[in-house]
Design a protein around this ligand. Structure first.
Ligand code: EPU
Length: 512
């Protein structure tokens, strides 16, 4: 069945049992959401009854809280679908070829709906269809297991790109989805001009664009900033260039690769990001006809071609969601098998869990994490891939908070990642931060309290921390979690934890 997702730039207040998104029959301009955090706002969500996923769309409500019972143990099998941070960029990559591209294994999350709206406003037609549930094939043994019961289904996104897509991405969408900046490269390459709102910083820190801009300038673009927009033009087309990134930025690498595939001549990007999501986008671009060498290494060589053609591409599994369950298993002294994501993309994280005392078994597309005692403290340092992922930092802090002994956790990617430790402190965690280091002294049990999700990963970290508390922890602002974890509640239930989702009580209005 084909779905279309209707979006609004404003959202209706959520009602119990409904979506935060606009009612199919309501005025899309009515009632706005009030969360104004940059990059953490919610737009709509899947429209009730018409969005991919159907029945459990209540998970897209924006004012919800999750009630997490303490003393829980995660046990069972959970399936992970495609990575948000890949699917969003694959949708942008579709802009590089006129015609119909189809991206499968896309997670059913709000951010995808926002990206669809970005593309629609650029003149594309975007529609959604549920993916067929994929049976779990164990490539190690060659056996095919039954389709996982209750496995969250992903969707396929069909993007019909016009001959001449639009050239402007407005602030009202870009502020809600920082990843929309990745239309910069493809649109500049195809249209020779683009105007994209500057997304600004967000809850995990300042997030520069200087490497995106400098790289495009090396390729001959003229770039200026005006009234909150990044404006780039290359009326005579982009040309291949030698580019050195100061830091292996994921977003800059993606934008530059997408610009370079249609540039005249050869572009070489040194110190490029190596994340699996970069490899995924390079794979899609290659099947569209691009010539790219070195995907997954620090040097990318791209020979520009005159045109690309649309394709069908399956999104790589989400290593961060998979890692979240791995840490959850360790923290709760549980036993969790994760399918759908390669353990090769989590090598250091799983190695840390082994050091913490876990038994970790790996297969090609699946792994199992077991622990039957309190975890031992481990030190963690976040680094670009293949280092320990910054998006798993909240899980590492949560684990350290209940481990035996002190852990030193160092964050090297985002300057605001530690903001969420204030919420962990409300759960009784003993954490001291100094610059980009945190010393965490583990406690046997955390103490349940109401806490607030400040971003996607912090929200997930607080939920799994709540599993180790001595009562019911209420995590509010869970729309952040919805942005990165499709069916988080369903997954927790599959793993044996009776979490509840509820509408938060209305905030009192204080007036003078
Ligand atoms: N940076 C600059 N200048 C630039 C580009 C980046 O200073 O031109 C800095 C950033 O400010 C940041 C660091 O470099 O401090 C890393 O930024 P990067 O560009 O690598 O990250 P990103 O592309 O903005 C993506 C993911 C993040 C993930 C990071 C790192 C998406 C949509 N986002 O962000 O995911 O943490 O890579 O792996 O792909 C999340 O999913 O919750 C999330 C935040």
């Amino acid at each position: 069945m084909t779905y279309s997702v209707r979006m609004s730039t404003q959202i209706a207040p959520a009602r119990p049992g409904t979506l935060a998104g606009p009612d199919p029959g309501s005025d899309p301009g009515s009632a706005a959401g009030t969360d104004t955090d940059t990059d953490t706002d919610t737009v709509g969500g899947w429209v009730s009854g018409s969005g991919p996923g159907g029945a459990d769309d209540s998970t897209m409500c924006d004012v919800d809280v999750i009630r997490v019972p303490g003393g829980a143990r995660l046990a069972g099998r959970v399936h992970v679908v495609g990575a948000k941070n890949s699917a969003l960029k694959l949708m942008a990559a579709a802009l590089l070829a006129p015609g119909r591209s189809v991206i499968t294994n896309v997670p059913r999350i709000t951010d995808i709906a926002i990206m669809a709206e970005v593309l629609r406003r650029l003149g594309c037609q975007v529609s959604f269809a549920d993916d067929e549930p994929v049976p779990f094939v164990d490539h190690g043994t060659g056996t095919t297991a039954d389709v996982l019961e209750g496995a969250p289904r992903s969707c396929s996104v069909t993007v019909e790109v016009p001959e001449a897509p639009g050239t402007e991405a407005d602030y009202d969408l870009v502020r809600r989805l920082r990843a929309s900046i990745c239309v910069l490269g493809p649109l500049l390459a195809r249209r020779g001009y683009v105007r994209v709102a500057h997304p600004g910083g967000d809850a995990i820190g300042s997030r520069g664009l200087d490497m995106h801009v400098a790289g495009l300038a090396r390729m001959g673009a003229e770039i200026s900033g005006e009234h909150g927009f990044v404006i780039a033009s290359a009326p005579n087309g982009l040309r291949g260039a030698a580019i050195w990134l100061d830091f292996p930025s994921v977003g800059a690498t993606e934008n530059l690769v997408m610009a370079a595939v249609l540039a005249r001549g050869v572009t070489e990007i040194d110190n490029a990001a190596r994340e699996p999501e970069i490899v995924d986008i390079c794979a899609m671009l290659s099947s569209m006809g691009a010539r790219i060498e070195g995907a997954g290494t620090s040097t990318l060589r791209i020979e520009g071609v005159a045109e690309l053609h649309p394709v069908r591409h399956a999104t790589v599994g989400d290593r961060i969601v998979a890692g979240t369950w791995a840490f959850g298993a360790a923290m709760t002294q549980g036993d969790v098998t994760v399918t759908g994501a390669s353990p090769a993309f989590l090598e250091i994280a799983l190695d840390k869990l082994v050091s913490a005392g876990c038994l970790v078994e790996t297969r090609t597309d699946a792994f199992r994490v077991q622990l039957d005692r309190r975890p031992s403290a481990v030190d963690v340092v976040t680094l670009p891939f293949p280092g320990f992922a910054t998006d798993l930092l909240p899980m590492a802090i949560a684990l350290a908070s209940v481990s035996e002994g002190p852990s030193l956790v160092t964050e090297n990617i985002f300057d605001g990642r530690f903001m969420f430790v204030n919420e962990m402190a409300r759960l009784g965690a003993d954490i001291k931060t100094d610059g980009h280091h945190a010393v965490v002294r583990g406690r046997e049990r955390l103490s349940s309290a109401p806490v607030r999700a400040t971003d996607i990963r912090a929200g997930a970290g607080l939920v799994i921390a709540g599993l180790c508390a001595d009562g019911v922890t209420e995590v509010s602002h869970v729309h952040h979690v919805d942005r990165g974890y499709p069916d988080f509640i369903a997954d927790l239930r599959t793993l044996g934890v009776e979490v509840e989702r509820a509408t938060a009580p209305e905030e009192p209005a204080f007036t003078l």
